[in-house]
Design a protein around this ligand. Sequence first.
Ligand code: NAP
Length: 489
Amino acid sequence: MPSFHITPDGKKLVTLIPGDGIGPECIESARRIIDASGAAVAWEVRQAGESVFKQGIQTGVPQDTIESIRKTRVVLKGPLGTPVGYGEKSANVTLRKLFETYANIRPVRELPNVTTPYSGKNIDLVVVRENVEDLYAGIEHMQTPGVAQCLKLISCKGCEKIVRLAFEFARSEGRKKVACATKSNIMKLTEGTLKRTFEAVAKEYPDLETSHIIIDNCAHQLVKNPTQFDVIVTTNMNGDIISDLTSALVGGLGFAPSANIGNEVAIFEAVHGSAPKYAGKNNINPTAVILSGVMMLRHLGEFEAANKITHALICTLEDGKFMTRDVVGDAKATTTTGYTDAIIANLGRTAKHFPVRDTKPIKLPELPSTPAFVTVATRRVIGADIFIESPLLPHELGPSLERFAEGTPLKLKMISNRGTQVYPPTGAMTDCVDSYRCRFILRDTAGDLQDADLLALVNKIATQHRWNHIEKMQEFNGEAGYTKAQGED
Ligand code: NAP
């Protein structure tokens, strides 16, 4: 278990960030319930989000908030907004990345009297989403004035961490199945790394039933037959999307908690945002933040308080007398504070029909924190993709580049436009844009491309064409570290 900051009166200190919009109301509800449960928790209130951006702090996260989190290692936070015109990056993403909370755990479970088209099916599943890599690494460039690109970065180390955490999480909750959802059929190297890592690590968890599913079918199956799933592990963007879908299966964002787990720090928050139109109206549903607080108590080892709050929450829903607007509509709704009071009044009661899960602390994967170097027996560079901005048509650009390659160790293999080969022509009816990938390979098929030869070619090309980036084509242990274009032989 990570080491927590203990106050002089024996409580575990937690950084509490009220957040923006409906955040302060949700956080106040959760805080009152946790305090009333008798959990040995103390709070250090800190700010992040809109008010901080407006003070001119570009990240939306002030230094004293960072210091507090460094000390407490545990955060309960409300949603944070990024006001238009302030800061470039979301304060949420900044917090997740600053503290390398690489796993985002998003459980959903059917709740009593929260009626959905799936009521009665007992949905109870968890999405474990990789939280720092993928397209959300936020590495974007304009290749040309008209073509944008975003780098999808997936590392072997990142995959191993999230996969191991998903298996350990499944064990900690006594779950039976883990499915890995990827788009590895299309993105064989990036999404494929998660699939391959999952299949390798699965051998160490023979007690769990494992499977792989393509992410689009996963979305389809989640709507058609959600109870077939137990734990789903997936990459960042896939997880972002399917976890919003899964929250809708059990009643919407008001009921979807989450935990951002890292080796050092854990941040607990609702899946929902700051819903500004409801801010200050005392009518939102604080359940997602309350359940995030329950996840936090389990992380802190406060199992008794966690179970007590879960039972009180379920009893309140079973009674059905005090329900929020999103569940019963405006006419019959109670206020956020009324709902909170009802839960507090129910502390000590036991839910009738809702088995509260027995959980153990998650055994966090222990991987070295030094940079990950994957060593290989052999490696060589067999060519390079040079990306060129050009107004020419493929049949004009191709011969021009062939002339530049004459007399060099490299030859033009093909040119693609947004991934489809356009030179030599294949008969594809591609609607070209002005960014071409021009693939040059060594004439000597057993050779190893030297930087000087590549740079000499780039310098020649640059006399007539505008290049914007270069990717080496590498082979590791004899396996291609690049993919072919559509239509490339
Ligand atoms: P949102 O705040 O999640 O709200 C979308 C809708 O979900 C609301 O209009 C409401 O639906 C429902 N909803 C959300 N929370 C609810 C609750 N506790 N109780 C009842 N209903 C709830 O999404 P958004 O409007 O797209 O985003 C608003 C801001 O939040 C943006 O600045 C965004 O960047 C930020 N955000 C922050 C986080 C985070 O801090 N982790 C996450 C997501 C978004 P109805 O309109 O149907 O009533």
